[in-house]
Design a protein around this ligand. Structure first.
Ligand SMILES: *Cc1c(COP(=O)(O)O)cnc(C)c1O
Length: 399
């Protein structure tokens, strides 16, 4: 077992200041300075059944430039379109890039609400700090995302499973081939109307337990949403696909710890044959696991709502060997991935050492019991049918 690496919040004060203010006279991100340049003509919403994930974008984008000397410039909402970069821009050579993914949902009352956006902003600041890009005031960026959605609110699709996917992105834009910390950056936000991941109900997936490639490692950056983490994971996914599996179940180390699945967190449910008690398990946040907002929401709701006499909820290390062994003994109950795009994704089989571990599903169905339950809990909150703490924030009204 490895030790949790020190987190980015352990930066020294001096370094923190260098990364975030760099000079006391620079401007902070300020939503009240927003300038809006609208499209000449608003587009019509596409028919909902033609929406392909991340292929359709709305009319406007938000852009904010940053320089080390001046800090954050005035935010601009302008027509969606190409950005121009110098070919020597540091993002193109050394991958100074990070992103976020969150969604806005249209409630039955016609309000557009963001789900736990402050968690994404907090994570975006951590990603930025790790690659020497500037920090920003989360609340100001949430306000600006709200204004962007307000401009394009007629394009937020209606109905269960439909939403507006929001993609905040930050790049280092310093021109020059020397490797160093960027003195120029661009933050932008684009939005994409999306349909349900599962159009006709759940479809359980087959995973290949993967130890021939490693997604993340101790002291690395697997817990940050850096673009550089994703490109190297596509080839292993193709290798899995060649063998008939949709995604990689990422293992780590000689112990073969289970970490994540594809670009999702992963949960397993086991049953203790002696007590009959069930255990919901996911890997601990040790620096190799992306700190999923869906993961956190599932843990929080499960701790609040599952009967502790029947359930244990644990963030702990567990291995593919444990899963294989407990499957043989009939103690494996169900398993699912979690992430913003899908909410939950049920698992039916795991290829490991030339055999398939069968993950139980409800009779005649494509998921387990808890998978369905957490999906309904989360969607009720996302679509405003239920309130939970301050997880929802109204940013526009379509009426
Ligand atoms: C984004 C992401 C997740 C899920 O995070 P959510 O906040 O729940 O969307 C999990 N793992 C990886 C590797 C990711 O990139």
């Amino acid at each position: 077992m490895w030790k949790r690496p020190s987190s980015s919040s352990n930066f020294s004060r001096g370094l923190w200041k260098l990364l975030n203010t760099r000079s006391m006279s620079t401007s902070r991100l300020d939503a009240s300075k927003l300038q809006v340049k609208r499209v000449a003509q608003r587009s019509e919403p596409k028919p909902s059944d033609e929406l392909v994930f991340g292929k359709t974008f709305t009319d406007h984008m938000l852009t904010i430039e940053w320089t080390m000397d001046k800090g954050w410039d005035a935010p601009v909402i302008k027509p969606y379109g190409p950005i121009s970069l110098d070919p020597a821009s540091c993002v193109l050579h050394y991958a100074f890039e990070l992103f976020e993914g969150l969604k806005a949902y249209r409630t039955e009352e016609g309000k557009v609400v963001l789900f736990r956006a402050e968690k994404n902003m907090e994570r975006m600041n951590k990603s930025a700090a790790r690659i020497c890009l500037p920090g920003f005031d989360s609340e100001e960026l949430i306000k600006l995302i709200g204004k962007l959605i307000e401009e394009d609110k007629h394009l937020v699709p209606k109905g269960q499973g439909y939403s507006l996917y929001i993609r905040p992105t930050m790049l280092g834009t310093t021109d020059g081939l020397g490797v160093g910390y960027p003195d120029k950056a661009l933050l932008y936000v684009i939005t994409s109307p999306v349909g349900p991941y599962y159009k006709t109900g759940f479809k359980a997936v087959r995973l290949l337990a993967t130890d021939f490639a490693t997604r993340a490692w101790p002291g690395g950056v697997g817990d940050k949403k850096l673009g550089a983490n994703y490109a190297p994971c596509v080839l292993p996914q193709l290798q899995a696909a060649e063998k008939g599996y949709q995604q990689n179940l990422w293992l780590f180390g000689s112990e073969k710890y289970i970490t994540e699945v594809g670009t999702m967190n992963v949960f397993f449910v086991f049953k203790d044959p002696k007590t009959g008690k069930k255990e919901l398990v996911t890997a601990p946040l040790d620096g190799t696991i992306l700190e999923g907002v869906t993961r956190d929401s599932i843990l929080t709701l499960s701790r609040e709502r599952l009967d502790p006499k029947e359930w244990e909820i644990n963030e702990r290390y567990y291995t593919i060997y444990e899963v294989a062994e407990r499957s043989k003994k009939g103690e494996l109950v169900e398993a699912f991935g979690s992430g913003t795009a899908v909410v939950v994704s049920p698992i039916k089989e795991i290829g490991w050492q030339g055999e398939d571990i069968q993950v139980p599903l409800l009779p005649g169905e494509q998921s387990g019991e808890l998978t369905k339950t957490v999906a309904s809990w989360i969607s009720a909150i996302q679509y405003g049918k239920e309130q939970h703490d301050n997880w929802s924030r109204v940013v526009a009204d379509v009426n």
